[in-house]
Design a protein around this ligand. Structure first.
Ligand SMILES: *[C@@H]1O[C@H](CO)[C@@H](O)[C@H](O)[C@H]1NC(C)=O
Length: 315
């Protein structure tokens, strides 16, 4: 196939939009032990000039290109009946190929998106040989896979399949899972976690149900729960609603989480000049020693000012 046509075909075959889920095919290993095509001819040149090209073991490696067609259960074996998309890889040389993260230039695994849950999928693979100028059939295999109880990508089970053809064997891993933000056994429940004016929730990883963040309620978790209902703030304190909690604003003279403690105003030793502090419900009193006065006993009394002394005693 000319390169340009190949590129055009690839763009046309690749689905542009992402779906609610994916059917994933990962190639593991491919074996064409005899290096033969479907009709028994060798992929490589004939081993002997005069010999027949039909050999039981040709020796030369084939150039295998894979056409993968993901059809639904009612679709025929035709390689053009591919409800969930199709893909043609570049050719890979070798009669025994172990795949890593690429099939030719294509990424391994291949992902086929679906918009609605497919139920049973029909995986059809055609293997061609590109050794000659004209593409030749090597093999074709088909496999029906019953997908159900779909899950997130990390939890989805991997299904190992050996596709045995006439000439070849292909080991693949199948995995079907929901796309990001889609949940439920059919990947048809949408949930995208958010924490802004559109809602305050995360998504249950199994059911896809909205789980309100702490302090929020309602269908989209847009109602701020009044956490002050039945609050435990002490008498005289004001309850302040938070997100999933409340706090207490204490009146003067009280402290603690629920304003349960009385402030000991004497703890800072406010009285001076030997005054004795006495705690009160919202403040303190200083008992001043003789010769001192004032709220904090800060005033020194001049006891001579009243002139108590007789006979000119000078103090
Ligand atoms: C299978 O695909 C064909 C062609 O797109 C469609 O008409 C048919 O309804 C599909 N069947 C199922 C079971 O999805």
């Amino acid at each position: 196939m000319p390169a340009l046509l190949n590129i055009v075909l690839l763009i046309y075959l690749l689905p542009a939009v992402d779906g609610t889920g994916y059917i994933q095919t990962k190639f593991r290993e491919f074996v064409n032990i005899n290096g033969q095509r479907y009709d028994g001819t060798c992929c490589g040149p004939a081993p002997w000039l005069w010999g027949s090209r039909k050999k039981t073991n040709c020796g030369e490696p084939c150039k295998h290109a894979f056409v993968i067609c993901m059809g639904n259960v009612t679709q025929s074996s035709s390689m053009s009946a591919c409800e969930y998309g199709s893909k043609k890889t570049e050719s890979v040389e070798g009669n025994k190929i172990t795949f890593d993260d690429h099939i030719g230039y294509d990424e391994n695994p291949l992902k086929f998106p679906f918009e609605t849950w497919p139920g049973v999928v029909k995986l059809k693979i055609k293997i061609n040989d590109n050794s000659d100028s004209e593409e030749q059939l090597v093999d074709r295999v088909e496999y029906q896979y019953n997908t159900r109880d779909l899950r997130r990508e990390i939890d989805a089970p991997v299904h190992d399949v050996t596709l045995q053809g006439e000439r070849t064997r292909l080991d693949v891993e199948l995995k079907v899972f929901c796309a990001m933000d889609f949940y439920g056994p059919a990947c048809d429940l949408y949930c995208k976690e958010t924490d802004d004016v559109t809602g305050h929730f995360r998504c249950d990883p199994v059911s896809g149900d909205k789980i309100c963040l702490n302090g929020w309620a309602g269908a989209d978790c847009l109602t701020n729960i009044d956490d002050c209902v039945g609050h435990g703030c002490a008498l005289g304190a004001t309850c302040v609603d938070g997100l999933g909690y409340y706090s207490c604003k204490c009146p003067p003279g009280r402290t603690g989480h629920t304003c349960q403690h009385e402030v000991n105003e004497c703890s800072s030793s406010p009285c001076v000049n030997g005054g004795r502090c006495k705690d009160a419900s919202n403040g303190f009193l200083c008992e001043c020693p003789p010769g001192f006065a004032g709220i904090l006993c800060e005033v020194e009394l001049n006891e001579c000012r009243s002139a108590p002394c007789l006979n000119q005693v000078i103090d």
